[in-house]
Design a protein around this ligand. Structure first.
Ligand code: GDP
Length: 529
């Protein structure tokens, strides 16, 4: 192996790319803040959700704040424990499941955050289903130990029962709520003591070696004996940590702590950088692509418009799957069969944009998009291949979009098409009318689109009911037949934002009849970009 190759390989193997999955309010934002605090990205925790500071300025954030949800996916890179860690934020609200789904295709592991007072919640169940599709390794953090939580053994049982993954506690809590004293690290045989009121800084760790150490009894009183008894129970009932089972997504190491009190987050991070996989091989239609291959390849998993009012542009987020990006390199846009020179890819250090000189497999880069990049696009150094697995789901809710000011139709179409490129909504232009029909998977997306059209494109729109209950993308190999199909079904046909033919069905019965009548036409529930 040449010298440059071994440098490339060590850079790639040093990377850890993960996302946080959780139910809203479990503490994802708070953990992100603390993780970045450890990553030295922010001096004082407390800026992630726009609680002061310059990130709070955009109108978009305004909507997030009003709703109390996090709807944008951001990417943050930071150093930790000698490694380079990429954290991809996933939107927390149910309505954004597709976006979350796509983000989870771009990571190699996930951190599951559970509110220990509540246990396994609905959203967590759904996200785990998505992770299971790719057997993504999961690390678990039981949060809010400073509150009165549920019995920890019961919590582990619930995770095992409901989420069908074995639990291996790595730390074990001592007390809870006002009596929360810290955690005993089972693998290290050390007790880490908790001090309250230190949530905004990196705490000096107070450590007691050994479980039988009398210092432990001095420090936590009667809870020391409770701990010893509980541990015997736990070790009998739970699973020993096994790296292979973790990597296969069958077992999750479990950590306890409080994100708000900034306690335990570092234990989890230590586990993550030690055990989570370095960038994994990805499947393209043509072949498997190893992360450490010398040539560059990447796929786009997200497009976001107008992330920052100061930069009115669209950014395509691409996960590098192999090799390395260097500033000024030539990339092949495979779908368009076109080479482009990229000198201004972005990375997102704790929310700030920075121009990159280099990036490696596992990293996320932001490409400026002037309408030529779509979700699912593959970039290479010339090889013709396409990465798998970024589907577009057929929307389930439809509204006709009407303008308050009819002269702004052009701006409306532009806005709707650009916002649909982000993947959360889809726009359809029926063949037989000048209507615009917006499709979404969740109802909140309609509000988001109206808000963004007003703020970013200066068009005000209203929604009306429309007689569409489901949509299918249609294809046919026989051109003549397809023309006939289009003619006879003109009232139901529309073009989507990417100019693909779509059948808009008023009822399921209507759809089933059409499928029966036109055996040569294929109807798709998802469209692979
Ligand atoms: P997200 O919706 O998952 O991003 O959750 P947030 O991080 O915004 O947290 C939701 C609420 O729980 C906020 O009021 C936090 O201050 C609070 N919270 C987060 N972590 C803890 C914790 O460890 N202990 C306590 N008591 N509250 C917490």
């Amino acid at each position: 192996m040449s010298k440059t190759d071994s440098k490339l390989v060590s850079q790639i193997e040093n990377r850890r790319t993960f996302a946080i999955i959780s139910h809203p309010d479990a503490g994802k934002t708070t953990i992100t803040e603390k993780v970045l605090l450890f990553g030295n990205q922010i001096q004082e925790a407390g800026v992630v959700k726009g609680r002061g500071g310059k990130h709070a300025t955009s109108d978009w954030m305004e909507l997030e704040k009003q709703r109390g949800i996090s709807v944008t996916t951001s990417v943050m890179q930071f150093p930790y424990g000698g490694r380079t860690v990429n954290l991809l934020d996933t939107p927390g609200h149910e309505d954004f499941s597709e976006d979350t789904y796509r983000t989870l295709t771009a990571v190699d592991s996930a951190l599951m955050v559970i509110d220990a007072a509540k246990g396994v919640e609905a959203r967590t169940i759904k996200l785990m289903e998505v992770c299971r599709l790719r057997d993504t390794p999961i690390i678990t953090f039981m949060n809010k130990m400073d509150r009165d939580i549920r019995d920890p053994i019961e919590l582990l049982d619930e995770v095992e029962d409901v989420l069908k993954i074995n639990c291996s506690p790595v730390t074990w809590p001592i007390g809870m709520g006002k009596q929360f004293k810290g955690v005993y690290h089972i693998l290290e045989d050390k007790t880490y003591l908790y001090q309250s009121g230190q949530g905004h800084k990196i705490q000096e760790e107070r450590i007691i070696e050994g479980l039988d150490n009398p210092e432990l009894d001095e420090a936590v009183g009667y809870l020391a004996n409770d701990l010893r008894e509980e541990l015997e129970l736990v070790q009998g009932a739970s699973h020993e940590f096994d790296l292979q089972e973790f990597l296969e997504g069958k077992l999750t190491p479990v950590f306890f702590g409080t994100a708000l009190g900034n306690f335990g987050v570092n234990h989890m991070l230590d586990g993550l950088v030690k055990w989570a996989p370095s960038p994994l091989a990805r499947e393209a239609d043509e072949r498997m692509v190893e992360a450490t291959e010398p040539t560059f390849s990447a796929f786009v998993f997200k497009i976001q418009a107008n992330m920052d009012p100061q930069h009115r542009d669209r950014i395509a987020f691409a996960r590098i799957c192999s090799g390395k990006y260097t500033k000024g390199m030539k990339m092949r846009h495979v779908r368009l069969n076109r080479d482009m020179t990229v000198s201004n890819a972005l990375t997102f250090l704790a929310g700030d944009r920075e121009h990159l000189e280099e990036a490696y497999a596992g990293d996320i880069i932001g490409l400026h998009n002037h309408g030529t990049i779509q979700i699912g696009d593959t970039f290479t150094e010339g090889e013709v291949m396409k990465f798998k697995g970024i589907p577009n789901f057929a929307p389930e809710l439809f509204r006709r979009v009407r303008l308050r000011d009819p002269l702004k139709n052009k701006a409306l179409i532009k806005g709707l098409v650009q916002l649909s490129e982000e993947g959360a909504t889809q726009v359809f232009r029926p063949q037989n009318s000048n209507d615009l029909v917006l499709g979404a998977v969740g109802v909140l997306q309609f509000d988001v689109v109206a808000h963004r059209l007003k703020n970013e494109y200066k068009v005000e729109c209203i929604y009306e009911q429309v007689n569409v209950s489901t949509a299918r993308w249609v294809e046919c190999d026989d051109e003549k037949k397809f023309e006939e199909f289009k003619r006879k079904n003109a009232d139901n046909l529309a073009l989507d934002g990417g100019d693909n033919w779509t059948y808009l069905a008023p009822t399921m019965v209507n759809l089933n009849l059409a499928i029966e009548r036109w055996p040569d036409v294929r109807f798709f529930e998802t469209r692979e970009h």
